[in-house]
Write a protein that binds this ligand. Structure first.
Ligand code: AMP
Ligand code: GLY
Length: 424
């Protein structure tokens, strides 16, 4: 079966890599892909934020029988609906279901209505009212732009002055554009964080192996928030008790809530969770695979990703066997100097002899005059598996040492945090 994969980051490289292993996968096309994906798939230069253009391309390529939509923005724009209305088979939620990520206000109201544990909050569309509330709120206070903001629309304010400035940036200066028309003001929670991605067809929900992201740019969680500087899997503190609590109090209720709202979710539902003193709570939902979580989760999958995807589309997920490898996986992201603010592109990437069992997932790369060059803020993800987290971490960093480009930087502490928290 020929397949189109939409997206162009490390997540999409990991998805294409996993789909390639399926005996049923035929030719893979990637819109728009990157240099690494280009080694496995034919790259298609069509703007995937233009629903009509993607639909027209698929109509003109009847050999492509299945489309996987990986990023959040085309899902929020209703690409799945557009393609389905033209009779194409798609992996990815409808626009109405993707609102669980594209509107934080919707997600919070859903959790309140259905009793799903999350931070206490208030939503404001009016700046003056928000300001009055924030002035009396306990500190630190968390401000979130309502809409999609590339993972950067969350401000943790430790003083009243910071909160006032943050509110102004979001609501008046429109730093995140229309995403800041509404703001969610939230209670600050504390505890270790874990990402649990789950396949769901609206009837069954199957969690994947857990992972932990590193959102800040520098070691020790310093610096600005980024799209994610590295991941490891599994989360050391997340045991059977956590898994059971999350399934009963969060995953099943979320799936049921979306059904009850007439927004049945079919695809990957991403639960960003925190283990607080009062139990597991939802920090955020995403309507898709995480990036760079996918780069450590899919290498651990025992099973055929194409079979799973199609079972989700056809609402027969309960029939598919899904398992996970023992051991651990670590992904270290190599970024361009200046990311996430301002960085240069077009730097030549030199790659030495990489160990056979280590995978380089490309994010911002392209071929220029036959050479591999940087083409984004996050450039490569170096992913290694090991019997233990420590072994995977050592292998990943050994191979990071074989890669260089001008301005390259990376965190040196991926895979260390949460080691001392007991498993429950
Ligand atoms: P998000 O974009 O929603 O994933 O938020 C980015 C990061 O901000 C999260 O990974 C958390 O580390 C932090 N964060 C978000 N909401 C809260 C909260 N209510 N309390 C503490 N930290 C938070
Ligand atoms: N790594 C966080 C995300 O994909 O949203």
């Amino acid at each position: 079966m020929n397949i189109l994969v939409i997206g162009n980051g490390g997540r999409e490289h990991a998805i294409v890599h996993a789909l390639k292993k399926s005996p049923r996968a035929g030719k893979i096309y990637a819109m728009k892909g990157n240099a690494g994906i280009g080694e496995l798939a034919e790259l298609v230069d069509v703007d995937y934020l233009d629903n009509k253009a993607v639909g027209d391309w698929l109509d003109a390529h009847p050999d492509v029988e299945y489309t996987v939509i990986a990023p959040d923005d085309p899902l929020a724009l209703g690409l799945a609906d557009e393609l389905e209305s033209r009779g194409h088979r798609v992996f990815g939620p409808s626009k109405r279901a993707a609102a669980i990520e594209s509107s934080k206000a919707f997600a919070k109201e859903l959790m309140k209505k259905y009793g799903i544990p999350t931070a206490k909050y208030e939503i404001f569309g009016d700046y003056e009212k928000a300001l009055a509330y924030v002035k009396g709120a306990p500190l630190p206070v968390v401000l979130k732009a309502d809409g999609l903001a590339l993972g950067k629309g969350v401000l943790i304010c430790r003083t009243e002055k910071e909160a006032e400035e943050g509110l102004k940036e979001i609501m008046l200066d429109k730093k995140f554009g229309r995403a800041g028309d509404k703001v969610v003001v939230e209670e600050f929670l504390e505890g270790p964080e874990v990402s649990v991605l789950a396949f769901t067809d609206g009837k069954t929900i199957v969690p994947m192996i857990t992972s932990c992201d590193h959102k800040r740019a520098f070691d020790g969680d310093e610096g600005l928030n980024t799209g994610g500087m590295g991941t490891f899997s599994p989360a050391p503190f997340y045991g059977e008790k956590c898994a059971q609590e999350v399934m009963e109090k969060i995953m099943l209720p979320t799936m049921a809530a979306m059904n009850a709202e007439g927004r049945t979710f079919r695809g990957v539902l991403y639960f960003g969770l925190m283990k607080t003193k009062e139990g597991m709570k939802v920090i955020e939902y995403n309507s898709r695979f995480g990036d760079p979580e996918t780069q450590v989760v899919l290498p651990m999958l025992k099973g055929d990703l194409l079979d799973i995807f199609e079972a989700v589309t056809d609402e027969r997920l309960s029939e598919v066997k899904i398992g996970w490898e023992d051991g651990a996986c670590v992904c270290v992201v190599l970024a361009s100097g200046g990311y996430p603010v301002k960085y240069e592109k077009g730097k030549e990437i030199e790659i030495g002899e990489i160990d056979k069992d280590v995978v380089l997932y490309h994010a911002g790369t392209k071929r220029k005059d036959g050479k591999l060059v940087t083409d984004g803020g996050r450039v490569l993800g170096v992913c290694a598996r090991g019997k233990t987290l420590e072994e995977a971490r050592r292998k990943a960093y050994e191979n990071v040492g074989k890669i260089r480009f001008d301005g390259m930087f990376y965190r040196k502490d991926i895979g260390i945090k949460y080691r001392d928290i007991s498993k429950e």
